[in-house]
Design a protein around this ligand. Structure first.
Ligand code: SF4
Ligand code: FES
Length: 313
């Protein structure tokens, strides 16, 4: 079907501009500023969670087709309406993880979310279910009776609400500061630590340059190795929220990826590192982390597996 381009979508963007002095501090402008911990958290983490600045909601109505992605819409706004709107992206097709944000309250990637799937017709009254509970954006985001119709050729496709990734301090508009997550992943040494001994022939010559694995050994961690550290699972996790009390599902996925790798010799050390109150013990098995992993990792199930493995060791 050829889609006519006389349809529109409205983006309601939760915008944020930090106070200039905060931006100055973040650049290390003050010689008296405290240095942040290399592992995240630390004395400045509370300040990170409470960025000060101007917050407001800005509405943009632009021409759009149902198949356009939310990132397409933001680029249209940036190029034609408002160059001050800030968001982050790189690959544009779900491979780099740099554009995670909250769409209608749900953490996901801007570049893979389409107007068709996420635009909602605005309602005049809050939606209330049969038992009188107000419904959340997560529940209503993909309902078949409210999203943009595929065959609409004119008029509004609906409204999409955008905010920066929950669980992380906003830096500007839709850009969240994901350094806490990256530091927590780094802390768990996210690289292969093999024994470093190369196989040799009977004559003592180097025989192979690779650590060989069979398909079964590869299958134990292959899916986990697809993690792109986008932070969507952390944004969905109600326990993570800043990462001081819980290292977060993304860091545990990276730890699990190497614990399950037959070539790695540090599995016990890795399990010791996450066997802490803010490690696997912090996971409350809510499983919200599994719902929107763009790489198809069943994060909640993997959390369950790594918790069991640490306890059984
Ligand atoms: S596990 Fe999935 S949702 Fe979580 S950081 Fe990795 S790719 Fe993103
Ligand atoms: S821009 Fe790379 S994952 Fe969306």
């Amino acid at each position: 079907m050829v889609e006519a381009n006389n349809t529109t979508v409205t983006l309601q963007v939760h915008r944020f501009t930090p106070r200039p002095e905060r931006a100055e501090r973040a650049r290390g402008g003050s010689p008296f500023a405290k240095k942040s911990s290399p592992f995240g958290g630390g004395s400045d983490s509370a300040a990170r969670r409470r960025p000060r600045g101007k917050q407001w909601v800005q509405e943009y109505t632009i021409p759009a087709r149902p198949s356009d992605t939310v990132l397409d819409c933001l680029l249209t706004i940036k190029r034609t309406i408002d160059p001050t709107l800030a968001f982050r992206y790189s690959c544009g097709h779900g491979m780099c993880g740099s554009d995670a944000a909250a769409i209608n309250g749900t953490p996901t990637l801007l570049c893979t979310a389409t107007v068709r799937d996420w635009a909602k017709q605005p309602s005049t009254a809050p939606e209330v279910d049969d038992e009188g509970f107000r419904r959340t954006g997560d529940e209503t985001a993909n309902e078949p009776d409210v999203p943009a119709e595929n065959n609409i050729t004119e008029g509004s496709l609906g409204v999409i609400e955008l905010a920066s990734l929950p669980g992380f301090p906003p830096q500007r508009d839709l850009i969240a500061d994901i350094d806490p997550m990256l530091n927590q992943i780094r802390k768990l040494t996210p690289y292969l630590q093999a024994d470093g001994v190369l196989a040799t022939t009977a004559e003592g010559k180097v025989d192979v340059f690779e650590y060989l694995q069979n398909p079964e050994q590869l299958a134990k961690y292959e899916t986990l190795s697809n993690c792109i550290a986008c932070g969507v699972c952390e944004g969905a996790c109600p326990v993570y929220a800043g990462g001081d009390a819980f290292v977060g599902p993304a860091a545990l996925i990276w730890a699990s990826r190497f614990i399950n790798d037959s070539r790695d010799t540090k599995a016990m050390d890795r399990m010791d590192a996450i066997d802490a109150a803010d490690g696997v013990a912090g996971c409350q098995s809510v499983r919200a982390c599994s719902r929107h992993c763009p790489r198809g990792i069943d994060v909640g199930e993997e959390m369950w597996q790594i918790v069991a493995k640490v306890r059984e060791r």
